[in-house]
Design a protein around this ligand. Structure first.
Ligand code: P1T
Length: 379
């Protein structure tokens, strides 16, 4: 099946009891057993729930994966992956990451004796000097949040396979519409489902998608044992959102490109971070591994201090100043004080996350209204 058909149908059949075309919200914590162990495949909703199962199967199909697991947030999904590790293990990751990922690595898992190396991953070979007998996993985010660097997934996978390491890819910014890391050699795909997959800024959820049977079993154990699984109402909302993922993503890409090109020539703007520009340092890799460039655009304001940046960030009328991204509505975010506040200044400034940086999640409103809003706010 092609992408649009999978987005609408995968994992979903008319309900066997009523024929309902839409997957029902199975709002139950537990399931009847005729005698202990004699049940219809469901025992307790922390481990299995039919609405969640339909969503997990749909997400797996969209990522060309065999298995899907949903969590109560993107961070819950990341946490489950990290629970595969043990004290003494080492992880190599990028130096340009969602602030919450940096925080769980440094503030939670370093306390349990896991070591993280934060590197410039613009060239996969940069990781070679850091691989040793303790290295277990490479964790990458591409495009990166918020400076839209692109990391070569195929190049990374060649190295992780040679050294027997796990490659985990946070595919939140691209969504499976634009990029399928498993096809490029990744072992684990992670999503903040909260973003493009849900698509309507009304659900917080995460997901992991994998192909390997043993890896799935290990992750399912954590999922059930630690229990950060989402409820059926949220699973239903995401199933509903997914039915328009391909339509929304096409519109996000079109509007994202128009906004990026408009800002590139704007006298108030210094840099525009968007991987579709031919002079973006990783443009060729983006073209190679993605099917479009997405709706995320970051900018730096020319000569603006924090106060002026705040003034501009607060003067939009269509873009809403808020954390998060990937919904139908356009959002604007100030990374250094909002989403990336947990990264020390000297670390984030090295990769361009400065106080005059703003991140735009370009929604699917009429492009003329979005450009007019940018024009009035940047006056
Ligand atoms: O918010 P949550 O669903 O827990 O997902 C965490 C997460 C993981 N990975 C990436 C790349 C993300 O962007 C996020 C969440 N990010 C935001 C809330 C944000 O505004 O950047």
């Amino acid at each position: 099946m092609k992408f649009a058909t999978k987005a609408i149908h995968a994992g979903q059949e008319p309900d066997p009891t009523t024929g309902a075309v839409m997957t029902p919200i199975y709002q139950t914590s537990t399931y009847w057993q005729k005698s202990p162990g004699d049940n219809k495949g469901y025992e307790y909703s922390r481990g299995t729930n039919p609405t969640r199962q339909a969503l997990e199967d749909c997400l797996a199909a969209l990522e060309n994966a065999k298995y899907g697991l949903c969590f109560s947030s993107g961070m819950g999904a990341t946490d489950a992956v990290l629970r595969l590790l043990k004290p003494g293990d080492e992880v190599i990751t990028g130096n340009d990451l969602y602030g919450g990922s940096y925080r769980i690595f440094t503030k939670v898992y370093e306390r349990y004796g896991i070591k993280f190396h934060f590197l410039d991953l613009s060239s996969p070979e940069n990781i070679l000097p850091y691989i040793n007998a303790h290295t277990r996993m490479i964790w990458i985010e591409t495009p990166t949040n918020p400076t839209m660097r692109i990391i070569d997934i195929r190049g990374m996978a060649a190295i992780t396979k040679e050294h027997g390491l796990l490659l985990a890819v946070d595919n939140t910014f691209a969504s499976p519409y634009l990029q399928n890391p498993i096809d490029l050699g990744a072992d684990i795909v992670m999503h903040s489902v909260t973003k493009y997959l849900g698509g309507h800024s009304d659900v917080v959820m995460g997901a992991l998608l994998v192909n390997d049977d043993q890896l799935y079993k290990n992750l399912w154990f954590v999922y059930n044992a630690c229990g950060a699984t989402p409820g059926p109402q949220d699973a239903f909302l995401v199933l509903r959102g997914l039915k328009t993922l391909h339509l929304r993503m096409k519109a996000h890409c079109e509007n994202g490109e128009r906004v990026a090109r408009y800002l590139k020539d704007h006298p108030r703007i210094d840099k525009v971070y968007w991987p579709g520009f031919t002079d973006h340092p990783n443009h060729e890799i983006a073209k190679n591994q993605m099917r479009g460039f997405g709706g995320m655009v970051s900018i730096t304001l020319k000569g603006a201090d924090l106060q002026e940046t705040f003034r501009i960030a607060s003067s939009f009328k269509v873009f809403t100043l808020a954390e998060s991204l990937g919904g139908v509505e356009s959002l604007i975010n100030h990374p250094t004080t909002m989403t990336h506040g947990s990264i020390p200044r000297e670390e984030r400034e090295k990769v361009g996350v400065t106080d005059n940086l703003l991140r735009l999640s370009v929604g699917v409103e009429d492009i003329e209204d979005l450009l007019a809003d940018l024009e009035q706010a940047l006056k």
